[in-house]
Write a protein of this length. Structure first.
Ligand code: VG1
Ligand code: CO
Length: 543
């Protein structure tokens, strides 16, 4: 081995966001940009409980190159074992599983998740700790501090690894092991779910369309749905990962998975539709003639988890991110379970899962997961839906309508205003924050403010406090609006406005979502003037 120490200068923009460091590919291609960040990870992360690193990515453009560089740097940074997915591929939940299974000190996951890929599109690097989850704020903060002070990085320039051939290569001080990215993950899913029952469902003629969006879940979905669960070939669409995701955004929402949505609205379409994102941690669920909002999906999965093998004995508790609708709260209340409300981002669920406070977690952005790994898990959510459908023998619509009858319905939408000029968005958020004390008690368009707060979270396990996690305006009738800036975008700022209105039932459960939310939007705008402040009347994406 030849270890070289190379001089470098710090960059001032390597602060990890909601989910790691995300920038455009050309930005990452600047000399030493990748090396500085990776060296900062190695400098900060304790090599405990072992010197094993898990490595993989979602296969987007630049993935392979960075995989090679990370291995060469791992060799020079006291790692003894790198476990890398074949071809440099690992879905985010599969990487989380491997970290836990192999007792690794952590994992480096290369992904910009739902953001587009290609030479001029997005790339990302994320570090997960030994519990398998995204590094908590204390670690990402330390990594950021390190990036600001770095002066050299270490690399073994002679190392090159064939990523296609499965098995171990002994490089002296470092063993590189190329593994099948799907095998361990598929085995975990077979532990959690009764595959025989789901196979019977498909054998009974039940049909499904799964859109892998040319992203990382393709190989996983082919293996699990078509091979192991015997769904007909063709069930998985766009199942071959591409470096540019076929030119689309691998974002499973009604805009980017429109074809799937249209098919699901046809009478002769499949019974069940699902999609996943770039790195396989998100899920979109659509029934025949009905879209399931991620917030409702979390609530339905929690209420029905007992239909799956792994959760037959019930749940310990439920957690949701703050902007996620309160549908899950109603389930928790009815089932006598604790419910936790965390800031956006999966890292905040880690402690709750580690301590056994909760079993299932979810975010409004199409992320659902449980205590089997420490990431959200797209295919897991699809399998849990299938297990419920197999057991209840009802349609998605039937299940959802019964759910609303029992718990009431939280009408919900997220409006994204993209590529707003950063100073404009930041000024608006600052003005809104300053306005909060005056908002209490105010009324507009028939909605009266009950409270208006800047959300801060105190972790019940380690006591750490995270502030400024979104502005939350609650109304007397239970409605709510939340404002926050995205932490994953790479161009300008994205303002997210989350809107929610509750109908307790039994009437008013079949209203149009837009009709329900429009008056709330007008009221919120009358109170805080957000459309004028950012100079936009209509959102770019509604989910
Ligand atoms: C978005 C979502 C958030 C999610 C994050 C990472 O963050 O809103 O719920 O955890 O993406 O998901 P933001 O800061 O842009 O709102 V993924 O699938 O990129 O790992
Ligand atoms: Co993702």
């Amino acid at each position: 081995m030849t270890i070289e120490t190379r001089q470098t200068k710090p960059f001032d923009d390597q602060k990890p966001g909601t989910s790691g460091l995300r920038k455009k590919v050309p930005h990452f291609q600047q000399e030493n940009y990748v090396e500085n960040f990776v060296q900062s990870i190695f400098d900060v992360a304790p090599k405990e409980p072992s010197k094993t690193l898990i490595l993989g990515g979602d296969g987007r453009f630049f993935n392979r190159e960075v995989i090679g560089r990370v291995i060469a740097m791992a060799a020079a940074n006291d790692c003894e074992h790198v476990v890398v997915g074949q071809g440099g591929i690992l879905s985010t939940p599969a990487a989380s599983n491997l970290i836990r299974k192999r007792g690794a000190f952590g994992g480096i996951i290369l992904s910009a998740s739902h953001n587009p890929g290609g030479p001029n599109e997005d790339f990302g690097i994320k570090f997960n700790t030994a519990n398998g989850g995204p590094a908590p704020e204390s670690v990402t903060g330390a990594i950021f501090e390190r990036t600001k002070a770095i002066s050299a990085y270490r690399i073994d320039p002679d190392i090159s690894v064939d990523l296609e051939t499965l098995g171990e290569t002994d490089l002296g001080d470092l063993i590189v092991e190329v593994v099948d990215p799907v095998a361990d993950y598929a085995a975990l899913m077979e532990e959690l779910f009764d595959f025989g029952k789901i196979r019977d469902l498909f054998e009974s003629g039940f049909t499904m369309a799964f859109d892998a969006m040319h992203a990382v879940t393709g190989p996983y979905a082919h293996e699990i749905f078509e091979k192991r669960l015997c769904a007909p070939e063709g069930t998985v669409r766009n199942g071959t990962p591409k470096e540019d995701f076929g030119g689309h955004h691998p974002d499973p929402n009604l805009v980017h998975a429109k074809t799937l949505y249209n098919d699901m609205m046809r009478s002769d379409g499949p019974d069940f539709g699902a999609a996943s994102d770039g790195d396989g941690d998100r899920n979109l669920i659509i029934g025949k003639h009905i879209y399931v909002t991620p917030s409702d999906s979390l609530a339905v999965l929690a209420a029905n988890a007992k239909h799956a093998k792994a959760y037959a004995d019930g749940l310990k508790g439920i957690a949701r991110s703050m902007p996620t609708s309160a549908a899950a709260d109603r389930v928790a209340e009815a089932m006598g379970l604790p419910i936790y409300e965390t800031p956006t981002g999966w890292k905040f669920f880690g402690n709750l899962l580690d301590e056994g406070y909760v079993t299932i977690c979810g975010e409004e952005s199409a992320g659902t997961g449980a205590d089997h790994v420490r990431e959200k898990d797209g295919l897991w959510a699809v399998l849990l839906w299938l297990a419920i459908l197999a057991s209840r023998k009802q349609s998605v619509r039937g299940i959802l309508e019964e759910h609303w009858q029992q718990f009431g319905r939280n009408y919900y939408a997220r409006h994204d205003f993209e590529e707003v000029e950063k100073p404009v968005a930041e000024r608006f958020m600052a003005e809104l924050t300053a306005m909060l004390p005056q908002l209490g008690g105010k009324a507009a368009e028939g909605f009266q403010v009950r409270s208006a707060t800047d959300f801060a979270y105190k972790d019940p396990v380690d006591g750490s406090v995270t502030e400024h996690q979104g502005i939350r305006i609650r109304f007397e009738d239970g409605s709510r609006a939340v404002f926050r800036l995205s932490g994953t975008g790479t161009v300008g700022a994205t303002l997210r406005v989350y809107l929610e209105r509750f109908a307790p039932g039994p009437d008013g459960l079949d209203r149009d979502v837009g009709e329900m939310l429009d008056p709330l939007i007008e009221a919120v705008d009358a109170l805080v003037g957000y459309r004028r402040a950012i100079g936009r009347m209509e959102p770019d994406v509604v989910t």
